[in-house]
Structures are given as C-alpha cells and as structure tokens.
Design a protein around this ligand. Structure first.
Ligand SMILES: *Cc1c(COP(=O)(O)O)cnc(C)c1O
Length: 414
C-alpha cells in the first residue's frame, strides 16, 4: 500500500494552512463536505450581506439606485476586479450576461476580424456549450467550418494553420481538469495569424491566470464557480485593449452604445470594453457578485494554487491507497502543475456512487458518461475534508452501499 499521511499529519497540514481562516467567511452547512465549488461556489457571509444591501437599494431608493448605488457602473467596475484575478490591466474586462452568450459575441467578433479565413479550431472534449455556440455562429456565417481536436487530429497544434481564423479553447478541461499552457498556445495561434479565445470558467479564482502577459486576444468565463458569485451570477468578457477599435460585436444593444441615454436611432458602439454589453444587466446578481469578489481583495492566487495542488495531490494519493480494489480510474493528470483545481475518477457505476456519497454529505458531481468530479476550493476546503471524503468513499465501496436502488434514479441536474 502506498505511503499516505495519517489523520494526525493531515490535521497538522490544516493548522499550518494560511488560508484556514477564510473558511469562516463562508456559510457551509455543518456535516457537509463540499467538493463541488467548481460547479457552484459556496455562499459567503459578505455575499449574502451584499444581497441584503441590494434589496434595500431597490426597495428604498428605487430607480435612483442606478446612479446613487452605482448600479449602472457595475459591469465595468466588477470587470476590473475580475481583471485583477485573471492578469488583465484595467478597462479590458466587463461583467455581463452568461458565458454562452458572451462566447457568441466574442466568437462572432473574432471571425469578423479575420475575414479571409474560414476555420474555427476547438476541442472535441470542450465544454459542450462552446461547441453549440460555435454551431450557432456558423449557422449565420455559412462559409465557416470547425476543426476539432480529438476528431480531426489528436493535438490541437496540428490543426492550426493559415486558414484558421479563431482558436476557441478551454483553459481547464471541465472533466479531466487538464490545464493548457496559455502562453504557448496563444503564441502558436498568433504565429499562424489566428486569434485565440480562452474559456476561463474553470480557472478564474482557481489558479493564477495571466491574460495580458500571454498576449491573449479574448477570454470569457463565469463567476458562479470558483468566484462564488451565486447561482447564475453574470459572466465576463476580456478583450485585449489593442483590439477594442477593431471589434464589432453582433449583439448591438443599447447598453453597448456609446451614448445610451441620448436614445439615438442608429447604433454607435462604445469605445472600450463596454461595447460588449447588450441590454439591462441582472443587478441583483451583480450586487451579490460584488460581495463575493471583495473576498479576493486579500487573497494571493499563488497561495491558492499551492493549496489547490496540495489538496488534489492528497485526494489522489488517498483514493489510490484506500480504494485501490474498487475499479476506479484516475482521469486527471497526476502532475499537479498540469491540472486545475479538480480531480475526476471514472467507474462504471459513477452515477450511483456519487449519489451515495451525496447522501452521506460528500458533495461532488457526475459528468456523463462515467466521471465522478471532485472540485477543491482552497478558500474553504480543508485537508481534513479530503481525508473524510475519501474515508466515506471507501466505506461506500466496501459496504456496497451505492447498490441501493434509490441511488440509480437520475435527477435533471447531475
Ligand atoms: C460552466 C461552463 C460554462 C457555462 O456556461 P453558462 O453560459 O454559464 O451556462 C461554459 N464553459 C465552460 C468551460 C464551463 O465550464
């Protein structure tokens, strides 16, 4: 059996953890080990307080709050705060809409900037919405075709040539957690004359991201996963400043207008990143996000990354030591530097096993066809959580508890 730390050593790791006190800022229920912050981040006290304040602003100041409470400025103000977390200088990130709709805007705009080219390169293993949105864009631009990694060639690099307009890529794979080299792939795309769009859904708040340094063109991401903005919290768009004048995004609504309150008859895009706005934004969700982002003011993403790798390494080692006989296969990279903040393991009965875990208070999720995903959020996950989770997994397997028929019933959200 592999040598793994015991509970005494694991408690010592928690005592030495400089992020330990952050957990108190969240409102996690007793008895729950929450390993799904990569799908829906936990609520924090300050986020809920922010929602309370927003309800006051709405009920007491009504429409005056657009000016008085800064509602109208929230998309750009929050964009700059997220910019700090993804390596973007001010004025290049805006918070708005959903990742899916933002992908549409950005992909369409990027294709229009390479009118002589006709290819989108993406990943067969992409989070599906990226591919669905690309299909939607192609339905209005019939000359565009898509090449997929894993379908048309094993490696994305082999798909990038001088016919490629845009490379659309997930920074961290949603199933395996595989982490791409942003600087290297951006360079490959640029050397071929293509633009690149990074989907940061599983990296914003999970690890340091360096958009400016990597010279990325565009990025999108969501704020309800590692940024803990709340269910359906608005997403974000990054566009490098030097591109702003050349962009024409297709959803040209009044919030992206240079002068929305002159109510002109024709569209004139706003000059900066605000041109990616379309219509009135979900202010209550933005107010919640404002609270959630304030947590990050005193957090060093290098420390987050260090703990994230330690948590995921510990999980892998414990699963391999304690659950070696149960037919699990590791789907994530064993090298912590090459994965995001999650670990996936596969099993023929992943769905049932995950349901049995959830019934015992260990919340991860299932991704078809056979993955159990465990997300590790350094802000509120302890090393002891990891230990407990694996002990419960071991018990669910050893006792066969997962075979209970109730765990085979499929819910709408897995
Ligand atoms: C979660 C996720 C999305 C979600 O898109 P929504 O429009 O917010 O539903 C998109 N892309 C990736 C890679 C994701 O992980």
């Amino acid at each position: 059996m592999r040598q793994v730390p015991d509970l005494v050593e694991i408690k010592a790791m928690d005592s030495a953890d400089t992020l330990r006190s952050m957990r108190d800022q969240f409102t996690l229920p007793e008895g729950i080990i929450y390993l799904d912050g990569n799908s829906l981040g936990a609520a924090s006290k300050i986020t809920l307080q922010s929602l309370q304040e927003a309800s006051q602003e709405w009920s007491q100041d009504l429409i005056k709050s657009w000016n008085k409470a800064g509602w109208f400025e929230l998309p750009l103000a929050l964009g700059d705060r997220i910019g700090n977390l993804v390596g973007a200088a001010q004025g290049q990130v805006v918070v708005c809409d959903t990742t899916s709709s933002n992908l549409y805007k950005v992909l369409h705009a990027a294709l229009a900037m390479r009118p002589d080219r006709s290819v989108i390169v993406a990943e067969g293993g992409s989070f599906p919405t990226d591919l669905y949105v690309a299909e939607g864009v192609m339905s209005v631009l019939p000359d565009i075709v898509m090449r997929l990694e894993g379908v048309d060639a094993p490696d994305i690099e082999n798909l990038i040539d001088d016919s490629v307009a845009v490379v659309l890529i997930n920074h961290v794979n949603y199933i395996t957690g595989e982490l791409r080299d942003m600087a290297a792939l951006t360079q490959t795309a640029h050397e071929a004359g293509a633009l690149i769009i990074w989907d940061l859904c599983h990296s914003a708040g999970a690890l340091p991201v360096h958009l400016d340094e990597a010279q990325a063109d565009f990025a999108v991401g969501c704020s309800y996963k590692y940024l803990n903005g709340g269910p359906g919290a608005p997403a974000f768009i990054y566009a490098a400043r030097h591109l702003h004048e050349k962009i024409r995004q297709p959803l040209s609504g009044w919030w992206g207008h240079a002068r929305p309150f002159t109510f002109e008859q024709t569209y004139a895009a706003s000059a900066g990143i605000g041109q990616f706005l379309c219509g009135t934004q979900p202010i209550l969700s933005m107010r919640a996000l404002k609270g959630a982002l304030s947590i990050w003011d005193n957090v060093d993403l290098q420390v987050i990354r260090h703990k994230s790798i330690a948590l995921t390494d510990l999980f892998i080692n414990l699963v391999e030591a304690k659950c070696a006989d149960y037919g699990f296969e590791l789907e994530s990279n064993r090298n912590g530097q090459k994965r995001g903040s999650q670990v996936s393991i596969s099993h023929t009965n992943s769905y049932e096993i995950m349901q049995a875990l959830i019934a015992r208070g260990v919340i991860g999720d299932f991704r078809a066809p056979s993955s159990m995903r465990f997300g590790f959020t350094p802000l509120y996950t302890s090393y002891e959580d990891v230990w407990q989770a694996v002990c419960i997994l071991e018990d669910v397997m050893a006792t066969g508890a997962w075979r209970d028929a109730q765990y085979a019933v499929r819910a709408a959200v897995t």
